[in-house]
Design a binder for this molecule. Structure first.
Ligand SMILES: Nc1ncnc2c1ncn2[C@@H]1O[C@H](COP(=O)(O)OP(=O)(O)OP(=O)(O)O)[C@@H](O)[C@H]1O
Length: 387
């Protein structure tokens, strides 16, 4: 017969959905009682989402059945879901201690979105702002490497995770919380839950600006963030080629549909600065974002050249803006951050997400019916609701 200690040992295999830690390590298992081939497990969780409870019941049952326990009773207590009227038009903010949220997006991967996030955030911190980075790029969370905190253990305080601190910036990444490759199979409801946890279950201090590095494209994660907090503005990172600009338009259209003010466009890999002679030459094109910015009634925050120092800074966890402040790119990141801060100051007071609140119950996105057992109209992970 399994003892209480045996059962607890087995429960260490049950990870809290969206996190790398087990329900035992989180301290969520409040009581274990064993009888003749039976076990009663009491679990107290912090999420009110029904899909988290469902997932845990399934995982606990599998683990204990495999250990030979046949009669398993699981009781899960959780906080009551926030009340929401079906026709709710009130805005939501699940991280009210943060003054401004900046969503950093790109039409596609590899254009330098994370690099830009890191350098703009560090530049803003160097200008005296209290800054955080939330790496919500679940498909390629590379902020930890770029900020030099790769592989560091997350500190848990109570039921929450403490952000890391690097270059004067608070940082938390999906990459620090989940197993490698774990998110690749995520769809709809799981992505939304994970993204909300990054805002709610992380011990963010009072911040002036939280930069949110989004997964490329326009999907569930973008919509969830926009519904969960009033995003002050969105910025788009793109390379200058016309094919890249087409993808950027989708990303800029998404900001418009989500009622997010567009803070500007960063034209990355705009020309090449030779490390030997310092001369700037055109590779992918330069200045192509000016027309795009005009079309969307916004500004170009900066033109960042291809500069080996930027890539080296990313790979070695030493952001160029901090570690090589005399470089041309560091100066341009500083100017871009300045422009962004000016924009934030202008629109901060009016940031609201009241117009995009879901009319579905909490925990179920207006865009995904996965949690209610129906198949989503768009199973590719992107939002199918027209937003
Ligand atoms: N201006 C630049 N000069 C030189 N290298 C750059 C520049 N911008 C980005 N890079 C390099 O390009 C690579 C891709 O950048 P990054 O990871 O920031 O892109 P991303 O858009 O966030 O990609 P993904 O969304 O796929 O994670 C990195 O190795 C980065 O160091």
């Amino acid at each position: 017969m399994a003892t209480v200690a045996d059962i607890k040992e087995e429960l260490k295999k049950v990870l809290y959905p969206g996190f790398q830690k087990s329900i035992i390590d989180f301290g969520f298992v409040k009581d274990v009682q064993v009888g003749d081939n039976s076990a009663l497990i009491l679990v107290d969780i912090t999420s009110s989402a029904p899909e988290v409870e469902e997932q845990l019941k399934k995982d606990i049952t599998v683990v204990l059945s495999n250990a030979g326990v046949s009669n398993i009773e699981i009781k899960i207590t959780k906080p009551e879901a926030p009340k929401q009227q079906s026709n709710s038009v009130s805005g939501q903010n699940i991280a009210p201690q943060i003054k401004n949220f900046v969503m950093v997006s790109s039409g596609k991967g590899g254009v330098g979105k994370s690099t830009t996030t890191v350098n703009l955030a560090v530049a803003a911190a160097m200008q005296g702002k209290r800054v955080g980075i939330l790496d919500a790029d679940i498909y390629g969370p590379n902020i930890p490497r770029m900020m030099g905190i790769n592989g560091k253990e997350v500190e848990i305080v109570g039921n929450k995770a403490k952000p890391f601190s690097a270059y004067g910036v608070d940082v938390m990444s999906m990459g620090s919380l989940m197993e490698e490759g774990q998110a690749l199979i995520w769809r709809g409801a799981m992505i939304m839950k994970a993204v909300q946890q990054l805002l709610r279950d992380i011990l963010w201090e009072e911040l002036d600006i939280l930069f949110i590095d989004m997964p490329p494209g326009t999907g569930d994660a973008q919509l969830t963030i926009a519904q969960s907090v009033p995003v002050t503005c969105g910025i788009n990172v793109t390379t200058p080629q016309h094919v890249a600009l087409d993808d950027s338009r989708r990303s800029l259209d998404m900001f418009k549909k989500l009622h997010i003010p567009i803070g500007g466009i960063v034209e990355n890999m705009s020309g090449f600065i030779c490390p030997k002679c310092g001369e700037e030459s055109d590779i992918f094109g330069m200045g192509t974002c000016d027309a795009l910015a005009e079309q969307y009634d916004t500004q170009v925050l900066g033109n960042l050249p291809i500069e080996p120092a930027i890539r080296e800074g990313g790979d070695s966890g030493k952001p160029v803006v901090y570690c090589n402040p005399e470089s041309e790119s560091a100066k341009r990141y500083m100017q871009s951050a300045n422009k962004l801060i000016e924009f934030i100051d202008k629109v901060s007071a009016s940031a609201s997400n009241a117009e995009i609140q879901p009319t579905t119950p909490p925990g179920v996105s207006a865009c995904s019916t996965a949690a209610s057992g129906q198949k989503s109209s768009n199973d590719s992970g992107s939002c199918g609701c027209g937003h």
